[in-house]
Design a binder for this molecule. Structure first.
Ligand SMILES: Nc1nc2c(c(=O)[nH]1)N=C([C@H](O)[C@H](O)COP(=O)(O)OP(=O)(O)OP(=O)(O)O)CN2
Ligand SMILES: [Zn+2]
Length: 148
């Protein structure tokens, strides 16, 4: 499963890395319109993080794969996503732990870290598979003035 090929992001960066990880987590979507998904239930999320850039760091890394895993897997594995109140909210649909929002929040976490790195990599895409039949991709809006 973790050897899946993911949808590609067209870009002109010289380096692109991808990190896969699995996160076992529970969640619920706190609205009647979510139907059965309003009940607490669990998934094994399959996550793929795509990072790109033109410069490597002193270790020859674009970004350390282990840091990417730490930022997402170590934070969310075997937790209830809704319990992360600093990330998700039961009050505002833009912050419910839907596949779409999970992907966006993960992108924000990764990109925030990447912006602290001197070699300036960037996160092009976060792929989140929630079930065998459901996945979402979050990509930031592109700044056409940048050399991407
Ligand atoms: N756009 C979204 N739709 C749904 C989300 C979501 O996050 N974004 N989430 C759910 C549920 O949480 C559920 O976990 C996933 O739903 P679904 O794909 O329907 O899962 P099934 O395993 O039942 O899918 P089948 O293909 O019917 O087996 C619902 N919708
Ligand atoms: Zn679900």
């Amino acid at each position: 499963m973790l050897q899946q090929i993911y949808p590609q992001v067209p870009h002109s960066y010289q380096y692109e890395l991808n990190k896969d990880m699995q996160i076992a987590a529970a969640h619920y979507i706190p609205t009647v319109s979510a139907g059965k998904c309003r009940q607490v239930h669990g998934h094994t999320y399959f996550i793929n993080v795509t990072v790109a850039g033109n410069e490597l760091d002193d270790s020859g890394f674009l970004v350390n794969f282990q840091i990417l895993k730490k930022l997402l897997h170590d934070k969310y594995d075997h937790t209830v996503l809704n319990d992360h109140k600093e990330v998700f909210s039961d009050e505002d649909s833009n912050h419910f732990p839907t596949t779409e929002v999970v992907a966006r929040k993960m992108w924000e976490t990764i990109e925030q870290h990447l912006q602290t790195l001197p070699n300036s990599p960037t996160c092009l895409q976060i792929f989140v598979r929630e079930t065998p039949t459901s996945y979402c991709i979050y990509r930031p809006k592109r700044d056409c003035s940048k050399n991407e």
